[in-house]
Design a protein around this ligand. Sequence first.
Ligand code: COA
Length: 165
Amino acid sequence: MNKTAIYPGTFDPITYGHLDIIIRATKIFDNIIIAISKNKEKKPIFNLKERIQLTKKATLHIKNIKKVLGFNDLLANLAKTEKSNILIRGVRTIFDFDYEIKLAEINKQIYPELDSIFLLSSKEVSFISSSFVKEIAKYNGNVKPYLPKEVYTALLKKLHKKYLS
Ligand code: COA
């Protein structure tokens, strides 16, 4: 039976930290759906359409990506719609885990068949959060090592527009 798993997040923007989890997940499951939450509360720098486009570009080379989609709904509802009962989440530290346990439990309450699978982030990329990358780039620090090429270019362009125009 084909196993499709959903990898959700805000992806503002997608980093090598996310890619690490995506690549490893594609080796475990037949198909991966990358689900990008609109997440207005987080005040993303890239709008949903831009995040979808950047994520598509950054994952073009990875096999088994079924689709990259945006959503503005409960994750559990999206999983039902997409007929998947597996969520992938990356865990970087023990602090992530505390939040993830609660999120997994809430999702299970809404959709009892839904299970969350946790992958430990690779040590080399576990410190890369999208906020850190944006903060460093804002002050002209080098974020090239943390981002796929097209994402790096788009971030510099976006920050230039935001702060210098
Ligand atoms: N390596 C390094 N960093 C990583 C990473 C990895 N493997 N995976 C995630 N991160 C970083 C992200 O860049 C992000 O950084 P930021 O906070 O600086 O932006 C941070 O970890 C958390 O990211 P993410 O995994 O994208 O989680 P999130 O909290 O932004 O999004 C959703 C969580 C989208 C899954 C959740 O909000 C959701 O399900 N929303 C829909 C509504 C819903 O159903 N809510 C639950 C019921 S109330």
